[in-house]
Ligand binder design. Structure first.
Ligand code: HEM
Length: 228
């Protein structure tokens, strides 16, 4: 076997879930340690910054979930359309709690958020396997690290545990998140894609992280903290 064939054989033998996780680890680190996220997790932001962040999520999940209906019978993306994950209604209830009945008037997308949502919609329309990259990047993260954000939000701004304001982070139809994440990885491993397509999906996942980092950077500029 020549060197190229050996590399390809190794990559093919790696379960796709392990590949996408390893290949995006660096981007995960960048996104999760962004200034805005660090300040949020450090309890240094006021609730207004959290509300603005939650508003950005509305556009992202709206894009992910408006596509779900058309993709639910798609052979590639269809298995990922799992109503237990849907977040839009929960984001809306969080925004109503934080901003009042008029929350829709305060719903303004940052240009970075619009670009991100547009890319999700584009994938949903033209490349269902690319949609999976976006699906994975958001929902699997919400099930894992999202819980740290919920915990911090409850402690920082007095939301009741898993109560109003943090519904986005509550997956009450998923009783065992660790088991769910394992099942999700089985779905990833079953994605019917050749090596090139798998690489393209991984690349789209990295891009999804970059979109998230761009939104965090914009939020960081909007909510600067006085230097300590
Ligand atoms: C805010 C800080 C964050 C923290 C503390 C955090 C923490 C974590 C933790 C503890 C895991 C579980 C790793 C494991 O299973 O061993 C995880 C997984 C994950 N996170 Fe984050 N995360 C954060 C932000 C983000 C962001 C901003 C995104 C993307 C938008 C993201 C996407 C993911 C994904 C996709 C996974 C699943 C990786 C896999 O197992 O395949 N996370 N995160």
């Amino acid at each position: 076997m020549d060197a190229t064939a050996a590399v390809t054989a190794t990559a093919t033998a790696t379960p796709f879930s392990a590949l996408i996780r390893a290949a995006s680890m660096e981007q995960h680190g960048t996104a999760s340690t962004s200034t805005f996220m660090s300040d949020l997790l450090g309890g240094r932001h006021a609730v207004g910054a959290f509300a603005r962040y939650t508003a950005q999520l509305w556009f992202v999940y709206q894009a992910l979930e408006e596509s779900a209906e058309t993709l639910k019978d798609d052979p590639v993306a269809g298995p990922f359309v799992l109503p237990a994950l849907f977040r839009t209604a929960r984001i809306e209830s969080d925004l109503a709690h934080m901003l009042g009945d008029d929350w829709r008037a305060a719903l303004v997308a940052l240009p970075e958020t619009t670009a991100y949502a547009d890319r999700i919609k584009e994938c949903a329309r033209t490349w269902p396997a690319g949609y999976i990259a976006h699906h994975y990047t958001r929902y699997l993260g919400d099930l894992a690290g999202g819980q740290a954000i919920r915990d911090r939000a409850e402690r920082s701004w007095g939301f009741s545990r898993k109560g109003e304001g943090v519904q986005f982070y509550v997956f009450d139809q998923i009783t065992n998140p660790a088991a769910f994440r394992r099942e999700y990885r089985v779905l990833l491993d079953a994605v019917d894609a050749d090596e090139l397509e798998r690489q393209r999906i991984v690349e789209e996942c990295r891009r999804a992280y970059e979109y998230n980092s761009a939104v965090f950077a914009a939020l960081g500029e909007e909510f600067p903290l006085a230097a300590a």
